[in-house]
Design a protein around this ligand. Structure first.
Ligand code: FAD
Length: 349
């Protein structure tokens, strides 16, 4: 215990929890996770509970590592955990009209295929289909916390005004050598970071009890810019997420009833059977929600920064609308940076 490297992870969204999970496989680290919001909370500043969350790779060819690595792990989890306990994800194919005709991830999924024109939704040019997963975030985030507790990680609440405060928050009482900053949009105003490149992309959704598969996700809609169409049934009684919006720069966390009406209308037009053919009146609403995707000009910040001679911050934030589908890839990147810091320290001793 006395010779372990003290690591404090700030943030308990999917980025912080997955970083802590991969770090906790190394018994040489004493890890504490500290966050203002925890799984179970719903707050506009906390993006993770609001995600669909499905897998539609968004990185370009150069950045494909993050999503490829994550897909292999999520697929393993879906096969080994979900199928047994039915609590993580549901397999489904869905048309993704959003992307280029020859995306790099064609080869990533076992059954990726272009759909014939007859199967393309009205108003769209093309579509593709593959088996992915849809993560039930209400089950998956607490599952991550459970894995951390099993691995000896201490998880606690705390609100930081400055990232330097994390240095004194490790449960061992010794100062942290490494701070992992996974505060998402919080890094916009967190002292010691205050990243002006971060901005919100507001996502409004409606969660309903109705069910329908496979998932559907479209590049946009005729209802105007920032108005999307997606329908994602979550596993294990998680309901179906109807989306949504992609509203760049909007910090408003209150659901807009007019936007909600359009979201529901688009969803039942695409999937009339979901509402028993009764249109919006056939939907059974669980809740209306808004989450802010933590987007960043220049992309995700995954890098190390010296805080002082004894402590280094490893940043892992700015995952926009792809935090789940890239979570294991970026967490592996965190593990590499922390390992590098540890080796350099050892070499100096
Ligand atoms: P967050 O989940 O926001 O967590 C930040 C953490 O930092 C919280 O615990 C917070 O309390 C803590 N924190 C912040 N500031 C402080 C502070 N000062 N002191 C202490 N703690 C602090 N992604 C996908 O991969 N697939 C999808 O289908 C998908 N769909 C989405 C749909 C919607 C509507 C939205 C909103 C997002 C979607 N996303 C999706 C994106 C995904 O949700 C985010 O990329 C991801 O949740 C970001 O996680 P994070 O851990 O970086 O940040």
């Amino acid at each position: 215990m006395a010779d372990t490297v003290v690591v404090v992870v700030v943030g308990a969204g999917v980025s912080g929890l997955t970083s802590a999970l991969l770090l906790s496989k190394n018994k040489g680290y004493s890890i504490t996770v500290v966050a203002k919001h925890m799984p179970g909370d719903y707050h506009g500043e906390y993006a993770s509970p609001f995600a669909g969350a499905n897998i539609v790779p968004m990185a370009d060819e150069a950045g494909k590592r993050w999503e490829s690595e994550t897909w292999h792990e999520l697929k393993r989890l879906a096969q080994e955990i979900h199928r047994r306990s039915r609590d993580l994800a549901t397999d489904a194919g869905f048309p993704a009209q959003t992307f280029s005709s020859a995306p790099w991830y064609r080869g990533l999924f076992d059954d990726y295929r272009d759909l014939p024109p007859a199967d393309v939704l009205d108003g769209y040019d093309s579509a593709s289909e593959y088996t992915g997963v849809c993560i039930n975030t209400a089950v998956y985030l607490p599952w991550l916390v459970g894995q951390l507790l099993r691995n000896g990680v201490v998880v606690k609440r705390g609100i930081l005004a400055d990232i330097v405060e994390a240095k004194a928050l490790g449960h061992t009482g010794r100062p942290a050598s490494v701070i992992v900053n996974a505060t998402g949009l919080g890094s916009h105003k967190l002292g010691g970071v205050r990243d002006p490149a971060l901005y919100p992309v507001r996502g409004q959704t409606v969660l309903v009890r109705n069910e329908t598969t496979p998932m559907v996700l479209c590049s946009g809609s005729s209802d105007g810019p920032g108005e999307e169409l997606y329908v994602m049934q979550r596993a294990g009684g998680g309901g179906t997420v109807l989306g949504g919006t992609y509203d760049v720069g909007n910090w408003d966390t209150e659901p807009d009833p007019n936007v909600a009406s359009r979201i529901m209308a688009r969803a039942v037009r695409a999937r009339p059977g979901m509402a028993g053919g009764r249109g919006v009146a056939g939907l059974s609403v669980i809740r209306h929600a808004v989450g802010l995707r933590p987007a960043r000009r220049g992309g995700v910040r995954l890098e190390r920064e010296a805080l002082d001679g004894a402590t280094t911050v490893v940043h892992n934030y700015g995952h926009g609308g792809f935090g789940y589908q890239s979570s294991y890839g970026y967490a592996a990147g965190v593990v590499e940076l922390v390992g590098e810091i540890r080796r350099q320290r050892a070499a100096k001793l």
